[in-house]
Design a protein around this ligand. Sequence first.
Ligand code: ADP
Ligand code: MG
Length: 475
Amino acid sequence: MEWEVVIGLEIHAQLATQSKIFSGASTAYGALPNTQACAVDLALPGTLPVLNADVVRMAAKFGLAIDAEVAPMSVFARKNYFYPDLPKGYQISQFELPVVKKGHLMIRVDDEELRIGITRAHLEEDAGKSLHEAFDSSTGIDLNRAGTPLLEIVSEPDLRSAKQAVAYMKKIHALVRYLEICDGNMQEGSFRCDANVSVRPQGQTELGTRAEVKNLNSFRFVEKAIHYEIERQIDIIENGDQVVQETRLYDSAKDETRSMRSKEEANDYRYFPDPDLLPLRITAEFLEAVRQTMPELPDQKRQRFMNDYALSDYDAEVLSSSRELADYYEQLVNTSHCDPKLCANWVSGDLAAALNKSGDDITESKIQADDLAGLIQRIEDNTISGKIAKEVFEAMYRGEGSADDIIENKGLKQITDSSAIEAIIDQVIAESPQQVEQYRAGKEKLFGYFVGKVMKQTQGKANPAQVNQILKSKL
Ligand code: ADP
Ligand code: MG
């Protein structure tokens, strides 16, 4: 039987506000436990929530970016459940009337352009954290995170593979960072997702029963957890059993998902509008003001890179995948005044490889855009060949100085003096009478042999174009 995989993601993006969604307490990460939880976050009697306007601006910005409806009126609701890290006994969220609905996003996977529907994005507060490790047979509660603003972004069940799910999640990740509404830090939990996964026989229109894998905080875990779920569910069905709808946890150490609890239904939560908060009204003027603050978005940037710099679709896609990478690239082009395609090759080639190897982010690059510009200029003005440039690049990455310093100190300047090159070629020809004879008898493949000899003699410093030309005429 052929199986079709169906996936919908619920992504939680922590909004990058200074203070919490309903209180003035700081949202800064890493403080001592319970030092950033005020009376509202602790749910002391008599306190009332006050909505943070920045949260609304950020949600509206996101809504505009995914071509969604930003609701003129939305409502905060209480989601009731008991847990020690939730002192109010309910979480303030949005239920029937979310602030953003009916948007979409384009993703590209294996050269295919796919439209992924976004059902809704709603505002809610985060809960506190239970700490099990530091306490013997008891649990500590840290309420610093309680009341941190979250935007929960819910996709339609439009994704058909783990690869598509990861591509979609990466695109949302890039988008919230472009919009500067979330720092995207996955280690700190600022960006995480729940993956809903089901399978059905190819051709069936009804959705299969899904399992929801909670709290995945890396792209790799999302991919692995989904793969595991697909295998698990197909096995169950092929053995004649039924998948149960439930919430599962992914254990990265064992690379498996485990049942956590049977799936709760919405009505278990006794949702109702929070009487402490007025309906949220977003006026046309407010939305227009938000529109004025919209930055260039990834897809727009990709298009502009193709137009302005004549980059291929692929190059433009890679370079616009993050705002920092795009900024780096543009600064490189602007300061070097060099061929944009050559610049693109260096950024997505040698630089990307070096960053990958050292585990650095583009913002942590050991070579700044202006320094790389210095190297690429030396390629374009023929001071060094592209091959020697790689050697210079490595030295720059090790911190040995600027391109010019390294070229000078290591004596890497390209030999462009044609009489010097001629002299070396004469010598090579004189030393290889047999090869010359064979070449002249029609064994043209031997040309590379001569080029290699000349390059060896000059430690790779002879200008390749000149070597080719002079060799041809001499032979
Ligand atoms: P909740 O998980 O809170 O009950 P929903 O029922 O709205 O919320 O669904 C949440 C997510 O699950 C959405 O992203 C949706 O696309 C996805 N989803 C719903 N049904 C299925 C299914 N049968 N298979 C895979 N994903 C599904
Ligand atoms: Mg859910």
